[in-house]
Design a protein around this ligand. Structure first.
Ligand code: DX5
Ligand code: ZN
Length: 222
């Protein structure tokens, strides 16, 4: 499975509907970056925007919660129509959050910062629906891919394959047609891309190019 999840963080918020429609023919995922100005030094959007998107899109709304108190907002995201919520490992209460997300009918993702130690979070990997490895420190779009995360990415791939737990492996940050190849070879299957998609004059074509770069790297992997 290869999926490109365009991050609307890099879209023009005044034309959000148009941005989402522009990639709808190429992918069924939309990545929503939620920041609270506390867990990360930036503020973005929240559940009301997800509710607005939901009215106009059937896409899988993958909500990345870069917030200190995700437990206080899960119900709002569920009501808004989020399909998944990825909370950060760094905020703690992981198993409780997984149960809470499932109870509200959403998939549970665990996001980890680039400096998180695989050994510290490995035990949670089989418990979550998705592991989101950050390849930049969260907070802003347009940063450079950190190649140091290729190692935990490969270790996570190996663990997921060996245990057959089915956890989806996602990578987020600095994805381009070059870095997507590295991440794909290391085992990622869902690729979040912000500036590479919405910073391009033709977002649909950008998604196509990312997908074909990942597919060719996948052939090299097998
Ligand atoms: C970073 C966000 C990412 C970001 C990706 O804090 O979580 O999803 O929007 O943007 P690019 O692809 O430009 O690194
Ligand atoms: Zn994100």
């Amino acid at each position: 499975m290869i999926e490109i999840a365009p991050s609307i963080l890099s879209a023009d918020f005044a034309f959000l509907g148009e941005a989402i429609r522009s990639v709808g023919g190429e992918t069924s995922w939309i990545h929503v970056d939620v920041m609270d100005g506390h867990f990360v030094p930036n503020l973005t959007i929240g559940a009301p925007v997800v509710a607005s998107i939901r009215k106009h899109s059937d896409s899988f709304l993958d909500c990345h919660l870069m917030i200190t108190d995700p437990w206080d907002y899960f119900a709002d995201f569920a009501r808004a129509g989020a399909n998944s919520v990825s909370f950060h490992f760094e905020v703690g209460r992981t198993l409780e959050l997984v149960e809470m997300a499932h109870g509200l009918g959403m998939k549970a993702g665990m996001a980890v910062n680039p400096d998180a130690s695989f050994d510290d979070y490995a035990k949670y990997v089989p418990e979550v629906d998705m592991l989101l490895i950050m390849s930049v420190f969260p907070g802003f779009a347009g940063q450079s891919f950190m190649e140091g995360v290729l190692e935990p990415l490969s270790r996570a791939r190996k663990m997921i394959d060996e245990s057959r737990c089915g956890t989806i492996l996602q990578i987020d940050g600095g994805i381009s047609t070059d870095t997507i190849r590295l991440a794909c070879r290391a085992g990622a299957e869902v690729f979040v891309a912000g500036s590479a998609v919405f910073g391009s004059a033709d977002p649909a074509d950008a998604v196509r190019r990312l997908r074909s770069a990942a597919e060719s790297a996948l052939e090299e992997r097998s």
